[in-house]
Design a protein around this ligand. Structure first.
Ligand code: BGC
Length: 445
């Protein structure tokens, strides 16, 4: 609750601060790789060249400025197909996220291994069926889809549809007759158990916000009154929803709950019976989000400070990320966080040591970045990702304007990109993954 108030206040302040910016600050100096492409006389710098450390030269056209999509990959929300037009918007466009399939598999395996290790007490009513309920974040978000599939795959409850595991919400499945999921089987110590997805639903509130923690808190109330001690496990596409269900019901009833994100509150709850979570290495993602922009603005190879050490010694090793050139995408790798290792993950806002060295402002001049968070109340983005971005923006000498959306309407965000010429680069977190063109059209004007 408190966090929500803080982030909403932040969103209001951000809105005000943006509105307060003058519109005459147009000629942001370029001096970057894209400068050469922009020859329009109208875009000539209108400001003196005296900005701290800034280069001189013609201002870049907005369509040529560095752009990074993050956390929500431009893609078709029905098929998951990547939107390569958006990912190739210009020569300095990238996506930064995490490896959804690797993480989904880890989450599924974590739940399965927990069941195996705790088989003597997991079946609360002793009926030989391990029942679980599943909170789904956003049926049109490929990361959410991957996590639903990962849990169903590991537990044997998935049903194939069009060559892949069906990720649709099952609604309720009291007797195992659903056509969306099937009963799985797990054998431990020579004894066979049925595994049943008793219920699952998308946690979308009436206003349309997805991954909605409050909706999940209500859902567990309904589910627990219908299923009672048939529920042995709770799985959630993220920690925000997982913690809401944990606090509302599963902590008191000692039902292990598994989430995703390794937010600090969820990691701390492992000591109190939360089953586990997955770190999507937000510390690496937040760095990459700003780093690809920094590199483009400096006109250096995109690998600088990533696979190749920069002049301050920042570098990542390939056990924490992969880059897929054909997808123009950087993906951080995931790590399971359980009772065995949670002590190493207690502060989700701590920056990643190997990329924590300050860049020199003399050779990496301050630049202005417009960045939005699709929903200022999203637990993961507001409690983990944004604080990390705010630490890295100082290290990378980026002056970032943070815009918080309402999680429901794209125009609530795009309306605040009214004057892109004020910025040197853009970092975008769409409300809907299909909507990339709403942003690129503004940058192309
Ligand atoms: C996180 C969710 C979050 C979503 C927002 C996901 O990567 O796991 O917690 O709500 O991003 O887009």
């Amino acid at each position: 609750m408190k966090r929500k108030v803080v982030s909403m206040t932040m969103a209001v302040l951000l809105g005000l601060s943006l509105a307060a910016c003058g519109s005459n600050d147009k000629g942001t100096d370029a001096g970057s790789s894209q400068a050469a492409d922009s020859q329009e006389a109208t875009e000539a710098p209108s400001k003196e060249d005296g900005d701290a450390g800034a280069d001189t030269g013609a201002a870049a056209a907005n369509k040529d400025k560095p752009l990074v999509w993050f956390n929500r990959q431009p893609s078709n929300s029905s098929t998951g197909e990547l939107d390569m037009t958006a990912l190739n918007f210009n020569a300095d466009t990238y996506y930064v996220g995490f490896d959804a399939n690797q993480g989904a598999e880890l989450q599924g395996t974590m739940v399965k291994e927990y069941i195996e290790a705790n088989i003597d007490k997991i079946d609360r009513n002793g009926d030989g069926t391990i029942g679980y309920v599943l909170a789904i974040g956003d049926i049109g978000h490929n990361d959410s889809i991957a996590r639903t599939r990962g849990v169903r795959k590991a537990l044997g409850t998935g049903v194939e549809k069009d060559g892949n595991i069906n990720s649709d919400p099952a609604g309720t499945n009291t007797d195992g007759t659903s056509s969306i999921v099937q009963d799985g089987e797990i054998e431990v110590g020579g004894k066979k158990y049925v595994v049943r997805e008793l219920a699952s639903q998308e946690m979308k509130n009436s206003a349309g916000a997805t991954w909605d923690a409050a909706t999940a808190g209500n859902a567990i109330g309904t589910w627990s009154s219908s299923f009672g001690d048939q529920i042995d496990i709770i799985a959630s596409n993220n920690d925000g929803m997982g913690m809401s269900m944990f606090n509302a019901w599963s902590k008191e009833n000692e039902v292990p709950t598994f989430g995703y994100d390794a937010n600090s509150d969820a990691v701390a709850a492992i000591a109190e019976g939360y089953g586990g979570t997955i770190s999507q290495h937000a510390d690496v993602q937040a760095y990459l989000t700003l780093r690809v922009l920094r590199n483009a603005l400096d006109g250096v190879d995109v690998d600088t400070g990533i696979g190749t050490a920069d002049d301050a010694g920042n570098v990542l090793t390939d056990d924490v990320y992969v880059y897929k050139e054909d997808e123009r995408s950087y993906y951080a790798l995931n790590v399971a966080v359980t009772a065995d290792n949670y002590q190493d993950f207690t502060d989700s806002t701590k920056i990643y040591d190997p990329v924590s060295a300050q860049l020199d402002e003399g050779s990496h001049a301050k630049k202005k970045v417009w960045l939005n968070i699709y929903n200022a109340s999203d637990n993961f983005l507001s409690s983990t990702y944004q604080p990390l971005l705010q630490s890295y923006d100082d290290i990378l000498n980026l002056d970032v304007e943070y815009i918080g959306g309402d999680g429901q309407t794209e125009s609530n965000v795009t309306n605040r990109l009214g004057n892109p010429s004020q910025y040197d680069a853009f970092a975008i977190n769409m409300v809907k993954t299909d909507n990339a063109a709403s942003y690129t059209s503004l940058l192309s004007q």
